[in-house]
Design a binder for this molecule. Structure first.
Ligand SMILES: Nc1ncnc2c1ncn2[C@@H]1O[C@H](COP(=O)(O)OP(=O)(O)OP(=O)(O)O)[C@@H](O)[C@H]1O
Ligand SMILES: [Mg+2]
Length: 234
């Protein structure tokens, strides 16, 4: 399955969420690659801090095609893509190869206004790819505040479905990234780790038990190989 994190607005938590979800999936025995499609290379920098062995991060800051994904993910069942804070060719190509696109949005008016074009692009790509699933994710919610309490209402005005899980603003996310680890590696019993586990469970139960286009392609390739071997052995 290909899951991307997309929002033209910078600093909303695309990279932080992608890294932590990837780490959580790996803990559940998923084999995956994180494609860092952002020219800033944030996920790549994170990976280099501790040479984190949980999963590979491939810096690929250019338009991506399905064939690129298949090559990069040769030995992995899942691919996560961290998109750049832009609305250009790279983002459009990321949407064109995704099964599920997650749009992290922080519940501030400036951030909410700024994701409109991203959502329009998702709708446009969705017209030719009706299977493309998209969900908004509330991130950096400040607990115990009015803004926090109104987050879902504020973010929900676009007519896109929201993930049930919400990620709050927590120091653990910042410290873990600085240390080159996931929040789970940083402090397994912290609230941030629990949020990421909830997010992972929601995504697993909602989508990952179904076959993705990548899985179908791999099965098709395997069938072809088996048929070719069968023909040779006759
Ligand atoms: N849930 C969170 N709680 C606290 N800080 C967070 C959270 N998520 C992200 N941050 C912090 O917010 C900043 C931006 O996060 P991040 O780099 O993940 O966003 P981004 O959307 O990938 O940004 P860009 O668009 O520049 O790539 C970072 O300093 C990160 O540590
Ligand atoms: Mg980023």
């Amino acid at each position: 399955m290909v899951i991307s994190f997309v929002n033209q607005k910078g600093g909303v938590g695309k990279t932080t969420t992608a890294i932590n979800l990837a780490a959580s999936l790996v803990r559940k025995n998923h084999s995956l690659v994180l494609i860092d499609a952002d020219p800033q290379g944030s996920a790549t920098h994170w990976h280099a801090v501790e040479n984190n062995q949980a999963f590979d991060v491939i810096h690929y800051p250019m338009p991506v095609q399905k064939s690129d994904i298949e090559m990069i993910a040769l030995n992995s069942s899942d691919v996560l893509i961290d998109a750049p804070p832009a609305i250009g060719e790279i983002t459009e190509s990321v949407l064109s190869v995704s099964d599920l696109v997650i749009v992290p949005v922080s519940p501030s008016s400036l951030d909410i206004w700024s994701c409109r074009e991203t959502l329009e692009m998702i709708q446009e790509v969705g017209q030719t790819r009706p299977d493309l699933e998209a969900r908004l994710l509330v991130t950096k919610k400040i607990p115990g505040t009015r803004v926090g309490r109104n987050a879902r209402e504020a973010v929900g005005g676009f007519g896109f479905d929201l993930l049930e899980t919400e990620l709050c603003q927590r120091v653990a996310y910042i410290d873990a990234i600085a240390g080159g680890v996931s929040v789970m590696q940083y402090a397994p019993s912290c609230k941030a780790a629990a949020e990421i586990e909830d997010l992972c469970a929601e995504i697993l139960s909602g989508w990952m038990e179904q076959d993705s286009t990548l899985d179908i392609w791999q099965t098709y390739q395997e069938t072809l190989e088996e048929q070719a071997m069968g023909v040779r052995s006759v």
